[in-house]
Ligand binder design. Structure first.
Ligand code: ADP
Length: 390
């Protein structure tokens, strides 16, 4: 049984074909620069790797190129032979509490959520529309980054604003990286041999975009990203938490336009703003005064979130690291957890080996690494829907 997972951006497609018997990816295909003369198509299968640069006009052409590559390599005849297609959708508002089979009404609802995710949802919809045309008889499922967080209590998701802002304008904390956290819960449950509903976890998804999540009884109880993915931790190019009055000051006193302020906070801040580089591996290698400062600001913020989530959760079974930085950087993990109180004891040797469990035997809270696999989680959620229909 094969399931495809599709993540469309405004000028990109990320595609994975998964065999759900083995949970192995049969093909990873990415297309960038759609709409340009030099679109880049990277294809990787179990047997080979290929790259080509061709003009790909739009998402329809991109998806047709993907089908033709899979057919030529005898991996998949066409999309109609798939058991399901899962689409990553960034924003499901407070409407979509779980993965949802796509029909016209769901398309309309995702469309209505465009103002909340103006860069992402329109691009996802484009992918959904094309794929529905290419494979009209295959079940298509939308899996939302926000769904996992719909379990947060009101006191976690409401900002201390006039309630009209929420009731009439939908301004609240939504949280993102939900698919990654859903996967973390399942993996932690397997490794720790505890049911998801018995697990309290502080999960840290640390990549270009980073967030933290307090997971209580297997469900999101609080998270660091907010109305948009800008809130919370210090990220590659995003500031994370700042006093909102800074934004007003930048506009009123420094004369920045709304769009300029948006660019500053989302694209020119975070690690890049502090030290001129956003890639953590390069920042660690640079080892300059500014690069050390950037890492110090980033890790201190993460530590603060861990402390606040410990206070919220009380008992914490595990602190889980995922994402490019969380999975790979022993140095960052050590910096975050060094001399942590509350019986949280990192084993430096296991940490440097990137082992699955990296805490000492006597640590009251386990420390773990889970390799993020959002595509497998999306495909698994599609499979769960297929099984529930049997
Ligand atoms: P995205 O959020 O775009 O999916 P990733 O999860 O791939 O990003 O994370 C990218 C980040 O992970 C980059 O900052 C990169 O430098 C960092 N990273 C990857 N490997 C290492 C490593 N060995 N040490 C430190 N940072 C790493």
């Amino acid at each position: 049984m094969n399931i495809a997972v599709i993540n469309t951006g405004s000028s990109s497609i990320k595609f994975q074909l998964l065999n759900m018997k083995t949970n192995i990816a049969l093909a990873h295909i990415s297309i960038e620069k759609i709409g340009e003369e030099n679109s880049i198509m990277n294809m990787e299968t179990v047997q080979k790797q290929e790259k080509k640069i061709i003009p790909i006009k739009n998402h329809q052409e991109g998806l047709e190129e993907i089908v033709s590559f899979l057919a030529k390599n005898n991996i998949l005849k066409d999309f109609s032979s798939l058991s399901a297609i899962g689409h990553r959708v960034v924003h499901g508002g407070d409407e979509f509490k779980s993965a949802t089979i796509i029909d016209d009404e769901v398309v309309k609802k995702i469309e209505d959520l465009k103002p909340l995710a103006p860069l992402h949802n329109p691009a996802h919809l484009e992918g959904i529309k094309v794929t529905r045309r290419l494979a009209p008889n295959v079940m298509q499922v939308a899996v939302f980054d926000t769904s996992f967080h719909t379990s947060m209590p009101q006191e976690a998701y409401l900002y201390a604003l006039n309630q009209d802002m929420y009731k009439n304008h939908k301004i609240r904390k939504y949280g993102f990286h939900g698919t990654s956290y859903a996967y973390v819960v399942k993996q932690a449950s397997k490794v720790l041999k505890k049911k998801p509903e018995d697990l309290n976890i502080i999960a840290l998804h640390l990549g270009n975009g980073s967030s933290a999540c307090a997971i209580k009884n297997g469900k999101s109880f609080d998270t660091s990203m907010g109305f948009t993915p800008l809130e919370g931790l210090v990220m590659g190019t995003r500031s994370g938490d700042i006093d909102p009055a800074v934004v007003i000051y930048m506009q009123r006193e420094l004369g920045l336009s709304v769009d300029e302020a948006d660019t500053v906070l989302n694209k020119k801040s975070g690690l890049l703003g502090i030290c001129g580089e956003n890639d953590v591996r390069s920042i660690i290698e640079q080892d300059t005064k500014d690069s050390r400062l950037a890492i110090d600001i980033m890790t201190r913020r993460i530590r603060k979130y861990i402390g606040s989530y410990l206070a919220l959760l009380g008992r914490v079974d595990a602190i889980v690291f995922s994402g490019g930085i969380g999975e790979n950087s022993a140095y960052i993990r050590e910096k975050i957890l060094k001399d942590m109180p509350f019986g949280i004891e990192l084993d430096n040797s296991l940490n440097r080996q990137n082992a699955i469990i990296i805490s000492k035997n006597n640590s009251q809270t386990k420390i773990m690494i889970v390799k993020a696999n959002e595509e497998l989680e999306i495909a698994t959620q599609c499979l769960e829907i297929l099984n529930s229909k049997k």
